[in-house]
Design a protein around this ligand. Structure first.
Ligand code: GTQ
Length: 365
């Protein structure tokens, strides 16, 4: 029968394969093994005033304690809206508010976390019993599976950024969480003791001679004054073509990334500086510590000023410009440590048009 002749036996096979939960690679190879990174994540920018306003409102409506363990408003990338807490496919950023006298109780999780202090002082974080005070611009680590709680001995609201590898851990199905039996973990030693033991004096307790892989980092607070000074010194030298004057936060015992999986970087752009475009596999969440300027991402201009957050997806062209009168400081977290660990990191320089993209659109949040 002619009907019989019309059936393509190969199509028929594909249908049968589907029924038996198998697949024909001759049809899908290009979709599975793409020529370059493809994904649905898009860039986005959040204005500081919007975030801050909602965060302060949450401060009026709830109290931090055992019921609401953390008061945090987090970035939800609209292109990843079905994935809770995804700013990129691998990284999360929250903005946390702690009021004087509040205690955010002790817990631990398999996600690594970093804090970058935005406003206020007098709050502290305790990491496995090491207590450290948080001042504006400090980077504080609470590495994966370390007990941590936050408290506030000051008089003004305290706001900081939380960076966690939420998407990475979610996608790798490795999330664990535990509450500590008591509200806070017992404090050992003197507050900020890890700063004197590990922050750049060139000495190390002999007990740390035979560290395993050096993680978690013993140093848990990277003070802003020191980082700022390092950048000022660096600015006497040639800038990096793509990032201006930039430093990575490192683990003093092994020279690697401060957090094992979350890369942390601070960069300074001089007034008028416009960096060259490039793209890489790792994704980035930026927080504008200070200044105003823009970042062009795949032809779209994202204009930023103090406090804003924005994200750069994997394999997207990007370049930065400082339009302010003073130095701009950009703090960022990235998943480069993992991309390097698994051998996936790649970088390409934008060569066309003298290294600057054509701006086709201006982003409106
Ligand atoms: O302060 O421990 O933004 O566990 C998300 C998860 C903050 C924290 C966040 C957390 C914390």
């Amino acid at each position: 029968m002619s009907q019989h002749l019309n059936v393509d036996p190969l199509e028929e096979l594909s249908k049968q394969l589907e029924n038996d939960h198998l697949g024909p690679l001759w049809e899908t190879l290009g979709e599975m093994v793409t020529k370059e990174p493809t994904h649905s994540m898009k860039p986005y920018l959040w204005k500081w005033q919007t975030i801050r306003q909602h965060l302060l409102k949450s401060g009026e409506l709830l109290t931090v304690g055992r019921k609401a363990e953390r008061r945090v408003v987090y970035l939800q990338n609209p292109s990843l809206k079905d994935k809770v807490g995804f700013a990129t496919e691998t990284l999360y950023a929250g903005i946390q508010l702690l009021l004087p006298g509040e205690v955010a109780p002790s817990h631990r999780h398999s996600q690594g976390a970093i804090r970058f202090v935005i406003e206020g002082d007098g709050a502290f974080t305790t990491v496995n019993g090491e207590k450290t005070y948080m001042e504006e611009g400090d980077l504080v680590l609470t590495p994966a599976w370390t007990w941590h709680d936050h408290g506030h001995e000051g008089t003004e609201p305290m706001i900081w950024m939380d960076g966690l590898d939420v998407g990475m851990v979610k996608n790798l199905c490795g999330s664990f969480f535990e509450l500590f039996d008591e509200e806070t973990y017992p404090v050992k030693g003197i507050p900020d003791g890890t700063i004197s033991r590990f922050a750049g004096v060139g000495v190390r307790p002999i007990a740390d001679r035979k560290g395993k892989d050096g993680y978690p980092s013993p140093l848990i607070n990277y003070k802003w004054d020191n980082v700022k000074k390092a950048l000022e010194e660096l600015s006497q030298l040639e800038p990096d073509p793509f990032d201006g004057y930039a430093v990575d936060y490192i683990n003093p015992t092994n020279g690697q990334s401060a957090d094992a999986r979350i890369g942390c970087t601070m960069q300074m752009l001089s007034p008028g500086m416009h960096t060259q475009g490039h793209r890489h596999v790792h994704s980035v969440i930026y927080h504008v510590k200070k200044g105003s300027g823009y970042t062009v991402i795949n032809g779209e201009k994202y204009e930023w000023s103090t406090g804003d957050f924005f994200v750069i997806p994997p394999w997207h062209w990007h370049e930065h410009g400082n339009t302010g009168e003073e130095e701009a400081f950009l703090f960022s977290i990235n998943d480069r440590p993992v991309m390097e660990m698994v051998g996936l990191e790649m970088e390409e320089v934008y060569e066309k048009n003298n290294g600057f993209q054509e701006v086709e659109r201006i982003f409106q949040p």
